[in-house]
Design a binder for this molecule. Structure first.
Ligand SMILES: [Zn+2]
Length: 489
C-alpha cells in the first residue's frame, strides 16, 4: 500500500511538474517559431565577425559582437572576461597568393600556416621535393641546397575516391538505441588531446632558409588549416602553407619527371603582441538559489581562413538563442543561468581551462564556484540536430536527462547515453569534477568542413539550430529550477 501511495504520489508529482514546465516550453517553442534570431546571430558571428583565430583581429571582433548581442537581448552583466595569457599573441593574414608559373601558369588555393611569416612582396622560387630522410642523409643530400627554394615536404597522401559514405548523415533509430544502451565507461576524466611530437625534418628544412615550405593537406583543393607554435617576441619563421593533394600532386609529378617548376608567392601576415584569450559571459540572474550556477556554452574561436560555422559558431548561436528564449519567455530561474562563449578552444581549451583555473579550481583545491555549479552544458559537434545527450559516464544523470528530454521524443531528441566523449570545453569542467555534458548530434559534413577553408554560413541548417536552441533553453531551465543540483560522479 505504501508502495502504491508512493507510486501515485510520484506520478502526480511528475504530472504536475510536466504540466507546469510544458507551459514554459510551449511558450519558448512559440517564440522560436515567431521571432527566431538564429539567422541574425549566424550573420553576426560568421559573416560580420569573420574567422576568429585565437588572438586575431577577428577574435576581437567576435568578442565585441557577441557581447553586444547579449546585452541587446537584455542579459545581465554582459562582459568580455580575461581567460588566459596567450604565448603566441595575435596573428592575421593580410594577403595570400600562390601559383605555379613554370612550366605554365596554374593558380592554387593556399592555406597559410598560422603564425608563419610573409614574403615581403611578390617572390618567385624553384620548387624542390624532398624525401623523408634521417639527419645524416639530410645533411648530405640537402644541406646548403634549399636556400631561396620552395620546399615541398614529403607526403604519401593520395586522393581517396568516395564511393559510399555520405558526408552528412542523420543518426538512425537503431544507432540511437545502441547509444542509449551503451555500457558506462570507467568514470575517469577524459584526457586532453595529446599533440604528436613535432617532426624533426621540418626543423632541419627551416634552418636552411628556404623561401617557403609547402605541406600537403586536404583534398577537393580544400587544404587543411594548421599552425606553427610561434612564441611572442620571436622573429617569424619563413612562410609555410598547405596545398591540397591535387595542387601538391601536380607539382610533385612534374618535378619527379624532370620538369623545372617555379612558383610565385605573395603572403603578408601580421603579428600582434599581448592579445590574451578571453571569454564572453552574460547571465540571467537567479532568485532563491541565485548563488548557484547552470552554465551553457560553446567556443567562439575558430581556425583562420574560414569563420567556423559548424565549429563552433553553431554552438555559440544555439547558446545565445537559448538565452534569448529564456529571457523572452520571462523565466525567473531559481539558479543563475550563465552563458560563456569560450575563446581559444582550438588552441587547447584555453578559455574554459582559464575559467576553471580562476573560478572553479580542482576537486582537491576547490575555488568559489566549485560547490555552486550544478552543471555545464556544451555544444561543439557541428551544426547538426541534437538527438540526445551524453552523460559523460555520470549514471545518476541518466534518468534526469531522460525525464527532461521526454517532451522532445516526437522531435527525435530523447536519447541519453552513458558514453564519455571528448575533446572540447566540457572536459575542462569534467576534469574539475563538475557535471559537464555534450550533445549527441547528427553529423553534418564534420570531416569535410571542420578546420578547413570551407566552414562558412552556408553549412548551417537553421531548422536544426532552432531545435537545438529550444533543447538547450529547456535543459537549462530544468537544471535551474530543480530542487537538487545535478549529481556528481
Ligand atoms: Zn570545436
Amino acid at each position: 500500500m505504501k508502495k502504491l501511495l508512493t507510486t501515485i504520489y510520484l506520478v502526480l508529482f511528475a504530472l504536475t511538474a510536466t504540466a507546469q514546465d510544458t507551459t514554459i516550453l510551449n511558450k519558448m517553442r512559440r517564440i522560436e517559431r515567431e521571432s527566431s534570431q538564429v539567422e541574425r546571430y549566424s550573420y553576426l558571428l560568421l559573416d560580420l565577425a569573420g574567422s576568429r583565430l585565437a588572438g586575431s583581429d577577428g577574435a576581437e571582433r567576435g568578442y565585441k559582437i557577441a557581447r553586444e548581442a547579449m546585452a541587446a537581448m537584455g542579459l545581465s552583466n554582459a562582459r568580455v572576461e580575461f581567460a588566459r595569457r596567450w604565448h603566441r599573441g595575435g596573428f592575421d593574414i593580410e594577403k595570400s597568393y600562390a601559383a605555379m608559373s613554370v612550366p605554365y601558369y596554374q593558380p592554387f588555393f593556399p592555406a597559410i600556416v598560422g603564425w608563419t611569416g610573409g614574403t615581403e612582396g611578390l617572390r618567385r622560387g624553384e620548387v624542390i621535393v624532398i624525401d623523408d630522410v634521417d639527419s645524416t642523409t639530410f645533411a648530405n643530400k640537402y644541406r646548403g641546397k634549399l636556400e631561396g627554394k620552395i620546399v615541398l615536404m614529403p607526403s604519401r597522401a593520395t586522393y581517396a575516391m568516395n564511393f559510399s559514405t555520405p558526408s552528412a548523415t542523420r543518426i538512425s533509430d537503431e544507432n540511437l538505441e545502441k547509444l542509449a544502451a551503451a555500457p558506462t565507461p570507467e568514470p575517469t576524466a577524459m584526457q586532453r588531446r595529446n599533440r604528436p611530437p613535432q617532426q624533426r625534418l621540418i626543423d632541419w628544412v627551416r634552418a636552411e632558409n628556404p623561401l617557403a615550405v609547402v605541406n600537403c593537406s586536404g583534398d577537393f583543393n580544400n587544404p587543411g588549416v594548421t599552425f606553427f607554435n610561434h612564441q611572442q617576441g620571436d622573429k617569424p619563421i619563413a612562410p609555410e602553407f598547405n596545398l591540397a593533394v591535387e595542387s601538391y600532386g601536380l607539382m610533385k609529378r612534374l618535378v619527379e619527371n624532370g620538369e623545372r617548376v617555379v612558383m610565385e608567392l605573395d603572403f603578408k601576415t601580421r603579428f600582434t603582441g599581448n592579445r590574451p584569450i578571453n571569454n564572453v559571459v552574460a547571465e540571467i540572474e537567479g532568485t532563491d538559489l541565485k548563488d548557484e550556477l547552470v552554465i551553457i556554452g560553446g567556443h567562439i574561436d575558430s581556425y583562420h581562413l574560414s569563420p567556423g560555422a559548424g565549429d563552433d559558431a553553431a554552438g555559440c548561436i544555439v547558446m545565445m538563442e537559448a538565452m534569448r528564449l529564456l529571457k523572452e519567455a520571462g523565466v525567473k530561474p531559481r539558479r543563475t543561468i550563465r552563458i560563456v562563449l569560450w575563446g581559444g578552444e582550438e588552441m587547447g581549451l584555453h578559455g574554459s581551462a582559464g575559467y576553471v583555473e580562476q573560478f572553479v579550481g580542482r576537486r582537491d583545491a576547490p575555488l568559489k564556484e566549485h560547490s555552486k555549479i550544478s552543471c555545464y552544458i556544451n555544444s561543439d559537434y557541428g551544426p547538426g540536430k541534437f538527438r540526445g545527450i551524453y552523460t559523460q559516464a555520470n549514471e545518476a544523470a541518466y534518468p534526469i536527462f531522460a525525464t527532461w528530454l521526454a517532451p522532445f521524443k516526437n522531435d527525435g531528441c530523447s536519447t541519453v547515453s552513458n558514453l564519455s566523449v571528448g575533446s572540447t570545453d566540457h572536459i575542462s569542467f569534467d576534469i574539475a569534477g563538475i557535471p559537464a555534458f555534450q550533445f549527441i548530434s547528427d553529423n553534418l559534413e564534420w570531416g569535410r568542413a571542420s578546420h578547413r577553408v570551407t566552414d562558412f554560413a552556408d553549412r548551417m541548417i537553421y531548422a536544426d539550430t532552432k531545435h537545438n536552441a529550444l533543447v538547450v533553453a529547456w535543459l537549462a531551465y530544468c537544471a535551474a529550477m530543480s530542487d537538487e543540483k545535478m549529481p556528481r560522479k
